[in-house]
Design a protein around this ligand. Structure first.
Ligand SMILES: [Zn+2]
Length: 460
């Protein structure tokens, strides 16, 4: 772990002086200015100063820029479900473990896209007892979806083990928004997809009517509630955009969007979520490779490794969607990269879906989005940190979020020992609200919970 210097000699990263002061000297902060190095001081958990300390070019030794440590805001996970089980045996890890899974990977902010109220009490109880600082969570309560249709199809979301609100008529809108507000929600998740993955595919779900979606847009806007739309197809996204919606929980998966499409969708953001879809199509070797990076065994239930080692063929073959889902993932990837180029991407995983793990899979998502997984990718890293954090703040109800790295803001950041760190690399050190995260303590906490009578699992 990289040490964070404190003003007093002899202090280590793990100990905080009484006034909470510490400093990080001569670091690159590419999301502020890629050509400058900075000195940063932290007091009482906040950035006290972020001062230029020279030119990057001047500070490079014989090793070049590679030797300059780099500071980024901590990662934000823009699409997760705390109350859904990522484990292949459908077990749900204790929220106390999920908090550690995020800390380990340098993730300090998580947007929960429905279900959090189910684990909220357990999360708050363990946070109150924890010695490590917990990530911050913003959530939408329960999602809104269509009624079961007269053709027997359910609204998307009803198939998950978490409640959703079914929208029968306009009179339900106030009830739903009031119910979610009572649950602590600060935005609304709208399931607006009939489940089509390919052009010409047949619908899997019933869908909210356009008239109802228009009414929902009006009521949410009147209340100042941001909505995140769950859409699969280009047509669904276009229709939702027409009604004024701008935040989309996934990238479009049925068509590669054209330049004209992107122009029409200006002002929108799409969460990538490749990691949530891929486990359906991976083969045994691909699974073992995916879960073979540093951090999996330290943070996740390793019985998942035994499970995937025993897979004969991808789930998609058994469920007759291997080809269509493989195409959908590739299309989402292309649309995500196009969104990245246009400043319209957010990075998130859909963790809580089978095989998509809290914390771990977010770094995997960045690798999937990087042209060269072992190289630095400044635009992508900026999206995963700065844009993600601003999205989090918007979903928390702030109309115009500020840059997370500024004097007076909470000192929440990751340090990487080399400038050339890979996209999706593990940080060398993490500070959350001025408090260093001791990764060894994180691992011990997880191990202790897994060794307890509950094996670190909860049932809802
Ligand atoms: Zn989701």
């Amino acid at each position: 772990m990289m040490e964070l210097a404190t003003p007093d000699a002899g202090q280590t990263a793990g100990s905080i002086p009484a006034d909470g002061r510490r400093s990080v000297r001569r670091v690159a902060i590419p999301c502020i200015d890629a050509d400058t190095i900075f000195d940063v001081t932290v007091e009482e958990g906040l950035f006290a100063s972020i001062q230029p300390a020279g030119e990057r070019a001047d500070s490079a030794g014989p090793g070049g820029l590679a030797d300059v440590p780099t500071l980024w805001p901590a990662y934000t996970e823009c699409h997760a479900h705390f109350a859904l089980p990522p484990n292949f045996d459908d077990s749900l890890d204790d929220p106390a473990i999920m908090a550690m899974q995020y800390l380990y990977h340098g993730v300090a902010h998580v947007v929960d896209m429905f279900g959090f109220p189910l684990v909220k009490a357990a999360w708050e109880r363990s946070a109150a007892q924890a010695t490590l600082p917990y990530p911050e969570v913003v959530h939408c309560g329960y999602a809104v979806t269509a009624m079961c249709g007269y053709d027997g199809k359910i609204g998307h979301g009803s198939e998950f083990p978490a409640p959703v609100f079914m929208l029968g008529g306009k009179h339900d809108l106030d009830v739903i928004l009031e119910g979610n507000r009572h649950l602590g929600a600060t935005f609304l998740k709208v399931m607006f997809t009939n489940g089509v993955e390919q052009p010409g595919g047949s619908p899997r779900f019933s869908r909210i009517s356009p008239e109802m979606l228009a009414a929902l847009a009006q009521v949410a806007s009147a209340r100042g509630i941001s909505c995140v739309l769950d859409c699969n197809t280009r047509d669904e996204v276009m229709l939702a955009h027409h009604f004024g919606f701008r935040y989309f929980a996934h990238a479009v998966r049925d068509e590669v969007l054209s330049d004209a499409d992107w122009q029409q969708l200006s002002g929108s953001c799409f969460v990538s979520t490749l990691s949530g879809l891929r486990p359906m199509v991976l083969r045994r070797e691909e699974f073992l490779d995916e879960y073979g990076r540093p951090g999996f065994s330290d943070t996740q239930d390793t019985r998942n490794l035994d499970f995937v080692a025993g897979i004969d063929e991808p789930f998609g073959i058994k469920r007759n969607c291997q080809e269509s889902r493989t195409r959908a993932v590739e299309t989402m990837r292309q649309n995500s990269l196009a969104a990245l180029e246009r400043g319209m991407l957010l990075t998130g995983t859909d963790a809580g879906n089978s095989g998509c793990f809290h914390g771990y899979s977010l770094l995997g998502e960045l690798r999937l989005l990087s042209a060269r997984p072992d190289a630095a990718n400044l635009p992508l890293q900026t999206v995963a940190t700065v844009a993600g954090r601003q999205f989090f703040d918007r979903m928390a109800g702030h109309a115009s979020p500020a840059h997370p790295l500024r004097v007076g803001a909470a000192a929440t950041f990751n340090l990487f020992s080399r400038h050339g760190h890979a996209a999706g690399g593990l940080p060398d050190a993490t500070l959350i609200r001025g408090i260093p995260v001791d990764r060894q303590q994180v691992v011990k906490t997880i191990q202790a919970l897994r060794a307890s009578p509950t094996q670190g699992k909860i049932t809802l």
